[in-house]
Design a protein around this ligand. Structure first.
Ligand code: FPP
Ligand code: MG
Length: 194
């Protein structure tokens, strides 16, 4: 067991790297899907390369992250981090659809938001707890903390899409409505109109 100067296990540091790589791979693919032109204040990769290359670049980052997961040799961590990838894809599928009633639409939005965003936060924290052999209670609190942080992050991101600027965000704003996506601000506005 190797603990570095920050008190982290090297395997826990690896989880941080793996999470960041899964996140990056998903954003590379997301910018293709959303046909976005900017990310973090710079032209996104789909502006620089063609769609074939960009899709494979995202796949490659994910493939290397998968090798890094395998090298941790921890079945529970493998399962938890694989769940993140499954959730990301299912979240994106859910984003393509909607529901009939107001209640169903909000529940759909929150489940989609958990899968698309919060699962990565929640399960990365869970993985880090599993690696230190933390007890079930601590692992669950870590998971819940990540879940709430992730849901909060995406709610704020969805609001900023309406009220912030591309300069401040480093990515296009007012994008969700153009893509036909009804996020929390639209769902709340519909509640007021109905
Ligand atoms: C950004 O959302 C997108 C995500 C958080 C997830 C995207 C997931 C996929 C494309 C599934 C494929 C996953 C892998 C691992 C290859 P957004 O468009 O609301 O945010 P943005 O404004 O930052 O683009
Ligand atoms: Mg996007």
């Amino acid at each position: 067991m190797f603990i570095d100067f920050s008190g982290l296990l090297s395997s826990q540091r690896e989880v941080a790297m793996i999470s960041e790589m899964i996140h990056t791979a998903s954003l590379v693919h997301d910018d293709v899907i959303d046909q976005s032109e900017f990310r973090r204040g710079k032209p996104s990769v789909n502006v620089i390369w063609n769609h074939q290359k960009v899709t494979m670049a995202g796949d490659f980052i994910l493939a290397v992250a998968s090798m890094m997961i395998a090298r941790l040799r921890n079945n529970d961590v493998t399962s938890v981090l694989s769940q993140v990838v499954t959730d990301l894809v299912q979240g994106e599928f859910m984003q393509l659809g909607s529901k009939e009633t107001e209640n169903e639409r909000f529940a759909h939005y929150l489940t989609k938001t958990y899968r698309k965003t919060a699962s990565l936060f929640a399960n990365s924290l869970k993985a880090v707890g599993l690696l230190i052999g933390a007890d079930e209670g601590i692992i669950d609190i870590s998971y819940q903390y990540g879940r709430n942080l992730g849901l909060g992050f995406q709610l704020v991101d969805d609001l900023l899409d309406f009220v912030s600027s591309a300069e401040a965000m480093g990515k296009p704003t007012a994008a969700d409505l153009k893509l036909g996506l009804a996020t929390a601000p639209v769902l709340f506005a519909c509640e007021k109109v109905e």
